[in-house]
Design a protein around this ligand. Structure first.
Ligand code: NDP
Length: 309
Protein backbone atom coordinates (compact mmCIF):
# COMPACT_ATOMS: atom_id res chain seq x y z
CA UNK A 1 0.00 0.00 0.00
CA UNK A 2 1.63 3.25 -1.03
CA UNK A 3 1.12 6.83 -2.20
CA UNK A 4 2.55 8.33 -5.38
CA UNK A 5 3.08 12.05 -5.84
CA UNK A 6 2.73 13.27 -9.42
CA UNK A 7 3.48 16.89 -10.28
CA UNK A 8 5.85 18.47 -12.77
CA UNK A 9 7.55 21.15 -10.67
CA UNK A 10 10.29 20.91 -8.05
CA UNK A 11 8.00 20.45 -5.05
CA UNK A 12 7.73 16.64 -4.93
CA UNK A 13 10.53 16.17 -2.38
CA UNK A 14 9.14 18.76 0.05
CA UNK A 15 5.69 17.13 -0.10
CA UNK A 16 7.18 13.70 0.41
CA UNK A 17 9.15 14.94 3.41
CA UNK A 18 6.12 16.66 4.90
CA UNK A 19 3.97 13.52 4.54
CA UNK A 20 6.62 11.30 6.10
CA UNK A 21 7.33 13.75 8.93
CA UNK A 22 3.63 13.73 9.71
CA UNK A 23 3.50 9.92 9.66
CA UNK A 24 6.75 7.98 9.39
CA UNK A 25 4.91 4.77 8.50
CA UNK A 26 3.70 6.13 5.15
CA UNK A 27 5.23 4.71 1.99
CA UNK A 28 5.46 7.68 -0.39
CA UNK A 29 7.09 7.82 -3.82
CA UNK A 30 7.77 10.41 -6.45
CA UNK A 31 6.41 9.19 -9.78
CA UNK A 32 9.94 9.72 -11.12
CA UNK A 33 11.70 7.24 -8.80
CA UNK A 34 11.61 3.44 -9.03
CA UNK A 35 8.54 2.03 -7.23
CA UNK A 36 6.06 -0.81 -7.50
CA UNK A 37 3.15 0.76 -9.40
CA UNK A 38 0.83 -2.13 -8.55
CA UNK A 39 1.11 -1.30 -4.84
CA UNK A 40 0.02 2.32 -5.23
CA UNK A 41 -3.47 3.00 -3.91
CA UNK A 42 -3.51 6.77 -3.75
CA UNK A 43 -2.23 9.34 -6.24
CA UNK A 44 -1.54 12.81 -4.90
CA UNK A 45 -1.60 15.02 -7.97
CA UNK A 46 -1.11 18.56 -9.22
CA UNK A 47 -1.11 19.18 -12.97
CA UNK A 48 0.17 15.66 -13.58
CA UNK A 49 1.35 14.70 -17.09
CA UNK A 50 -1.67 13.62 -19.14
CA UNK A 51 -1.85 9.82 -19.18
CA UNK A 52 0.46 9.29 -16.19
CA UNK A 53 -2.33 7.92 -13.96
CA UNK A 54 -2.92 5.02 -16.37
CA UNK A 55 0.27 3.39 -15.10
CA UNK A 56 -1.33 2.66 -11.72
CA UNK A 57 -3.75 -0.28 -12.13
CA UNK A 58 -4.77 -0.53 -8.45
CA UNK A 59 -5.49 3.09 -7.58
CA UNK A 60 -8.48 3.53 -5.30
CA UNK A 61 -8.33 7.25 -4.64
CA UNK A 62 -7.15 10.50 -6.27
CA UNK A 63 -6.29 13.58 -4.23
CA UNK A 64 -5.64 17.03 -5.68
CA UNK A 65 -2.85 18.93 -3.91
CA UNK A 66 -4.79 22.15 -4.34
CA UNK A 67 -8.33 23.55 -4.20
CA UNK A 68 -8.84 23.14 -7.95
CA UNK A 69 -9.47 19.83 -9.75
CA UNK A 70 -9.95 21.09 -13.33
CA UNK A 71 -6.62 19.52 -14.41
CA UNK A 72 -7.92 16.07 -13.40
CA UNK A 73 -11.07 16.42 -15.50
CA UNK A 74 -8.92 17.64 -18.42
CA UNK A 75 -7.04 14.32 -18.53
CA UNK A 76 -9.17 11.99 -20.69
CA UNK A 77 -7.40 8.96 -19.21
CA UNK A 78 -7.85 9.94 -15.54
CA UNK A 79 -9.79 7.30 -13.59
CA UNK A 80 -12.79 9.55 -12.91
CA UNK A 81 -14.84 6.73 -11.41
CA UNK A 82 -12.59 6.83 -8.31
CA UNK A 83 -13.29 9.17 -5.40
CA UNK A 84 -11.53 12.51 -5.94
CA UNK A 85 -10.80 14.94 -3.12
CA UNK A 86 -9.47 18.48 -3.11
CA UNK A 87 -7.86 20.76 -0.55
CA UNK A 88 -10.12 22.78 1.73
CA UNK A 89 -7.83 24.75 3.97
CA UNK A 90 -8.26 27.85 6.10
CA UNK A 91 -4.72 29.09 5.43
CA UNK A 92 -5.24 28.78 1.67
CA UNK A 93 -8.40 30.88 1.98
CA UNK A 94 -6.69 33.50 4.15
CA UNK A 95 -3.77 33.77 1.70
CA UNK A 96 -6.23 34.30 -1.16
CA UNK A 97 -8.12 36.91 0.79
CA UNK A 98 -4.95 38.86 1.60
CA UNK A 99 -3.88 38.74 -2.04
CA UNK A 100 -7.22 40.06 -3.30
CA UNK A 101 -7.32 42.81 -0.67
CA UNK A 102 -3.81 43.92 -1.65
CA UNK A 103 -4.78 44.05 -5.34
CA UNK A 104 -7.94 46.07 -4.70
CA UNK A 105 -6.14 48.61 -2.49
CA UNK A 106 -3.34 48.88 -5.04
CA UNK A 107 -5.96 49.69 -7.68
CA UNK A 108 -8.00 52.14 -5.53
CA UNK A 109 -4.96 54.13 -4.51
CA UNK A 110 -3.22 54.05 -7.92
CA UNK A 111 0.02 52.69 -6.48
CA UNK A 112 1.17 51.12 -9.76
CA UNK A 113 1.19 54.49 -11.50
CA UNK A 114 3.41 55.96 -8.75
CA UNK A 115 6.02 53.28 -9.30
CA UNK A 116 6.01 54.05 -13.03
CA UNK A 117 6.22 57.81 -12.31
CA UNK A 118 9.06 57.26 -9.83
CA UNK A 119 11.21 55.60 -12.50
CA UNK A 120 10.71 58.75 -14.63
CA UNK A 121 11.08 61.18 -11.65
CA UNK A 122 7.56 62.49 -12.22
CA UNK A 123 5.73 64.13 -9.25
CA UNK A 124 2.04 63.66 -10.04
CA UNK A 125 -0.80 62.99 -7.59
CA UNK A 126 -3.51 60.75 -9.05
CA UNK A 127 -7.15 60.66 -7.88
CA UNK A 128 -7.90 57.84 -5.44
CA UNK A 129 -11.06 55.95 -4.51
CA UNK A 130 -12.38 55.20 -1.01
CA UNK A 131 -13.21 51.71 0.28
CA UNK A 132 -16.70 52.74 1.39
CA UNK A 133 -17.58 53.86 -2.16
CA UNK A 134 -16.57 50.63 -3.88
CA UNK A 135 -18.87 47.71 -4.64
CA UNK A 136 -16.98 44.43 -4.97
CA UNK A 137 -18.62 41.46 -6.68
CA UNK A 138 -17.24 37.97 -6.12
CA UNK A 139 -17.97 35.32 -8.75
CA UNK A 140 -17.99 32.09 -6.73
CA UNK A 141 -18.92 32.10 -3.05
CA UNK A 142 -17.28 28.82 -2.11
CA UNK A 143 -14.52 28.26 0.43
CA UNK A 144 -12.23 30.94 -1.01
CA UNK A 145 -14.89 33.35 -2.28
CA UNK A 146 -16.65 33.39 1.09
CA UNK A 147 -13.43 34.17 2.98
CA UNK A 148 -12.60 36.98 0.53
CA UNK A 149 -16.15 38.37 0.68
CA UNK A 150 -16.28 38.35 4.48
CA UNK A 151 -12.85 39.94 4.88
CA UNK A 152 -13.63 42.67 2.33
CA UNK A 153 -16.96 43.40 4.06
CA UNK A 154 -15.10 43.68 7.40
CA UNK A 155 -12.84 46.44 6.08
CA UNK A 156 -15.81 48.39 4.74
CA UNK A 157 -16.38 47.42 1.10
CA UNK A 158 -19.91 46.89 -0.19
CA UNK A 159 -19.75 43.21 -1.10
CA UNK A 160 -21.95 40.94 -3.14
CA UNK A 161 -21.43 37.41 -4.36
CA UNK A 162 -22.71 35.16 -7.12
CA UNK A 163 -22.86 31.37 -6.92
CA UNK A 164 -24.86 28.42 -8.09
CA UNK A 165 -27.02 28.55 -4.98
CA UNK A 166 -28.08 31.41 -2.68
CA UNK A 167 -26.01 32.04 0.45
CA UNK A 168 -26.90 33.56 3.80
CA UNK A 169 -23.84 35.61 4.75
CA UNK A 170 -23.86 38.66 6.99
CA UNK A 171 -23.35 41.94 5.09
CA UNK A 172 -22.98 40.15 1.75
CA UNK A 173 -25.70 40.35 -0.86
CA UNK A 174 -26.25 36.99 -2.48
CA UNK A 175 -27.08 36.36 -6.15
CA UNK A 176 -27.47 32.94 -7.73
CA UNK A 177 -27.80 31.33 -11.13
CA UNK A 178 -27.77 32.73 -14.64
CA UNK A 179 -30.94 34.79 -14.13
CA UNK A 180 -29.29 36.86 -11.42
CA UNK A 181 -25.91 37.25 -13.10
CA UNK A 182 -26.61 40.56 -14.86
CA UNK A 183 -28.03 42.44 -11.84
CA UNK A 184 -25.01 41.19 -9.88
CA UNK A 185 -22.59 42.44 -12.57
CA UNK A 186 -24.37 45.81 -12.91
CA UNK A 187 -23.42 46.57 -9.28
CA UNK A 188 -19.80 45.33 -9.31
CA UNK A 189 -17.18 48.12 -9.57
CA UNK A 190 -14.52 45.51 -8.90
CA UNK A 191 -15.19 41.97 -10.09
CA UNK A 192 -13.22 39.09 -8.55
CA UNK A 193 -13.38 35.66 -10.19
CA UNK A 194 -13.12 32.75 -7.76
CA UNK A 195 -15.10 30.17 -9.70
CA UNK A 196 -13.87 26.65 -10.37
CA UNK A 197 -13.08 25.96 -14.03
CA UNK A 198 -15.84 23.71 -15.37
CA UNK A 199 -17.73 23.31 -18.62
CA UNK A 200 -20.25 25.90 -17.38
CA UNK A 201 -17.67 28.51 -16.34
CA UNK A 202 -15.11 28.22 -19.15
CA UNK A 203 -14.88 31.56 -20.96
CA UNK A 204 -17.35 33.22 -18.58
CA UNK A 205 -15.21 36.38 -18.41
CA UNK A 206 -16.09 37.48 -21.93
CA UNK A 207 -17.42 40.51 -23.82
CA UNK A 208 -21.06 39.80 -22.85
CA UNK A 209 -20.19 39.72 -19.18
CA UNK A 210 -17.90 42.78 -19.43
CA UNK A 211 -20.68 44.76 -21.13
CA UNK A 212 -22.81 44.31 -17.98
CA UNK A 213 -20.18 45.81 -15.67
CA UNK A 214 -20.31 49.52 -14.78
CA UNK A 215 -18.01 51.73 -16.86
CA UNK A 216 -14.44 51.77 -15.47
CA UNK A 217 -14.91 48.50 -13.63
CA UNK A 218 -11.79 46.61 -12.54
CA UNK A 219 -11.30 42.85 -13.02
CA UNK A 220 -9.38 40.46 -10.79
CA UNK A 221 -8.99 36.89 -12.05
CA UNK A 222 -7.44 34.63 -9.45
CA UNK A 223 -9.34 31.48 -10.46
CA UNK A 224 -8.17 29.95 -13.76
CA UNK A 225 -6.94 31.29 -17.09
CA UNK A 226 -9.68 29.34 -18.88
CA UNK A 227 -12.33 31.62 -17.36
CA UNK A 228 -11.07 34.60 -19.35
CA UNK A 229 -11.36 35.41 -23.05
CA UNK A 230 -8.09 37.32 -23.26
CA UNK A 231 -8.91 39.25 -26.43
CA UNK A 232 -12.24 40.44 -24.99
CA UNK A 233 -10.45 41.88 -21.97
CA UNK A 234 -7.99 43.75 -24.18
CA UNK A 235 -10.88 45.12 -26.30
CA UNK A 236 -12.80 46.33 -23.24
CA UNK A 237 -9.68 47.96 -21.81
CA UNK A 238 -9.00 49.70 -25.12
CA UNK A 239 -12.53 51.05 -25.32
CA UNK A 240 -12.16 52.20 -21.69
CA UNK A 241 -15.09 50.23 -20.39
CA UNK A 242 -12.78 48.24 -18.12
CA UNK A 243 -10.14 50.37 -16.42
CA UNK A 244 -7.71 47.55 -15.74
CA UNK A 245 -7.18 44.06 -14.44
CA UNK A 246 -5.07 41.99 -12.10
CA UNK A 247 -4.42 38.49 -13.39
CA UNK A 248 -2.84 35.60 -11.53
CA UNK A 249 -3.80 32.77 -13.89
CA UNK A 250 -3.49 32.25 -17.66
CA UNK A 251 -4.46 29.88 -20.45
CA UNK A 252 -0.84 28.79 -20.66
CA UNK A 253 1.51 28.98 -17.69
CA UNK A 254 4.13 30.39 -17.69
CA UNK A 255 2.51 32.95 -19.99
CA UNK A 256 4.28 32.83 -23.40
CA UNK A 257 6.64 35.76 -23.91
CA UNK A 258 4.77 36.94 -27.01
CA UNK A 259 1.39 37.26 -25.26
CA UNK A 260 -0.07 40.79 -25.41
CA UNK A 261 -0.75 40.89 -21.65
CA UNK A 262 2.97 41.47 -21.01
CA UNK A 263 2.76 44.86 -22.71
CA UNK A 264 -0.66 45.99 -21.52
CA UNK A 265 -0.08 48.83 -19.00
CA UNK A 266 -3.53 48.35 -17.46
CA UNK A 267 -2.84 44.73 -16.55
CA UNK A 268 -0.99 43.74 -13.39
CA UNK A 269 0.30 40.18 -13.65
CA UNK A 270 1.30 37.75 -10.90
CA UNK A 271 2.60 34.22 -11.69
CA UNK A 272 -0.20 31.96 -10.35
CA UNK A 273 0.89 32.59 -6.80
CA UNK A 274 -2.13 34.20 -5.12
CA UNK A 275 -2.53 31.34 -2.69
CA UNK A 276 -0.46 28.18 -2.56
CA UNK A 277 -1.11 24.96 -0.59
CA UNK A 278 1.12 25.06 2.47
CA UNK A 279 2.30 21.51 3.24
CA UNK A 280 2.23 22.10 7.04
CA UNK A 281 -1.37 23.14 6.86
CA UNK A 282 -2.61 20.69 4.22
CA UNK A 283 -0.73 17.43 4.89
CA UNK A 284 -2.79 16.47 7.99
CA UNK A 285 -6.05 16.43 5.99
CA UNK A 286 -4.42 14.40 3.21
CA UNK A 287 -3.05 11.79 5.61
CA UNK A 288 -6.38 11.67 7.45
CA UNK A 289 -8.19 11.00 4.18
CA UNK A 290 -5.66 8.30 3.23
CA UNK A 291 -6.33 6.53 6.51
CA UNK A 292 -10.08 6.92 6.11
CA UNK A 293 -9.78 5.41 2.64
CA UNK A 294 -7.88 2.43 4.10
CA UNK A 295 -10.49 2.03 6.83
CA UNK A 296 -13.35 2.24 4.34
CA UNK A 297 -14.69 5.47 5.89
CA UNK A 298 -16.20 8.34 3.87
CA UNK A 299 -13.60 10.86 2.66
CA UNK A 300 -13.56 14.59 3.46
CA UNK A 301 -13.69 17.26 0.73
CA UNK A 302 -14.99 15.01 -2.02
CA UNK A 303 -15.45 16.54 -5.47
CA UNK A 304 -18.81 16.20 -7.22
CA UNK A 305 -18.29 14.48 -10.59
CA UNK A 306 -21.55 15.92 -11.89
CA UNK A 307 -20.71 19.51 -11.01
CA UNK A 308 -17.00 19.19 -11.85
CA UNK A 309 -15.91 20.94 -8.61
P1 NDP B 1 -15.45 25.95 -4.12
O1 NDP B 1 -15.82 24.71 -4.83
O2 NDP B 1 -15.47 25.95 -2.63
O3 NDP B 1 -16.42 27.14 -4.59
C1 NDP B 1 -16.83 27.31 -5.90
C2 NDP B 1 -17.93 28.36 -5.94
O4 NDP B 1 -18.27 28.62 -7.31
C3 NDP B 1 -19.22 27.92 -5.24
O5 NDP B 1 -19.78 28.99 -4.55
C4 NDP B 1 -20.11 27.50 -6.41
O6 NDP B 1 -21.50 27.66 -6.16
C5 NDP B 1 -19.69 28.48 -7.47
N1 NDP B 1 -19.97 27.97 -8.82
C6 NDP B 1 -19.44 26.90 -9.44
N2 NDP B 1 -19.94 26.76 -10.67
C7 NDP B 1 -20.86 27.75 -10.83
C8 NDP B 1 -21.72 28.15 -11.88
N3 NDP B 1 -21.76 27.48 -13.04
N4 NDP B 1 -22.50 29.22 -11.68
C9 NDP B 1 -22.48 29.90 -10.51
N5 NDP B 1 -21.67 29.59 -9.48
C10 NDP B 1 -20.87 28.52 -9.64
O7 NDP B 1 -14.02 26.38 -4.65
P2 NDP B 1 -12.88 27.20 -3.87
O8 NDP B 1 -13.48 28.44 -3.34
O9 NDP B 1 -12.15 26.31 -2.94
O10 NDP B 1 -11.87 27.52 -5.08
C11 NDP B 1 -12.29 28.24 -6.22
C12 NDP B 1 -11.24 28.20 -7.31
O11 NDP B 1 -10.15 29.06 -6.98
C13 NDP B 1 -10.56 26.85 -7.53
O12 NDP B 1 -11.37 25.99 -8.31
C14 NDP B 1 -9.30 27.25 -8.24
O13 NDP B 1 -9.51 27.23 -9.63
C15 NDP B 1 -9.05 28.69 -7.78
N6 NDP B 1 -7.81 28.79 -6.98
C16 NDP B 1 -6.82 29.64 -7.40
C17 NDP B 1 -5.65 29.78 -6.66
C18 NDP B 1 -4.58 30.73 -7.06
O14 NDP B 1 -3.51 30.75 -6.45
N7 NDP B 1 -4.79 31.55 -8.07
C19 NDP B 1 -5.44 29.02 -5.41
C20 NDP B 1 -6.55 28.18 -5.05
C21 NDP B 1 -7.69 28.07 -5.83
P3 NDP B 1 -22.26 26.80 -5.01
O15 NDP B 1 -21.65 27.25 -3.69
O16 NDP B 1 -23.67 27.21 -5.10
O17 NDP B 1 -21.96 25.37 -5.33
Amino acid sequence: MSIVIIRQDDKIESWKKALQSHDATLEVYSYLEPHDKEKVEMALVWKHPIGSLKKYPNLVYLASMGAGVDFIFEDPSAPLALPITRVVDRQLAIDMSEHVLALILNYLKGLDSYKVNQTKKIWKPVPYKRIADVRVGILGLGVLGTQVAQDLAKVGFQVQGWAHSHKELQNIKSYAGNNELNPFLNGSDVLVCLLPLTEATTGILNQHLFAQLPKNAYLINVARGGHLVDQDLQDFIHKQHISGASLDVYHEEPLPKDHFFWNLDEVLMTPHHASVSDTNSVVPQIVENYKRMQAGLPLFHLVSKNKGY
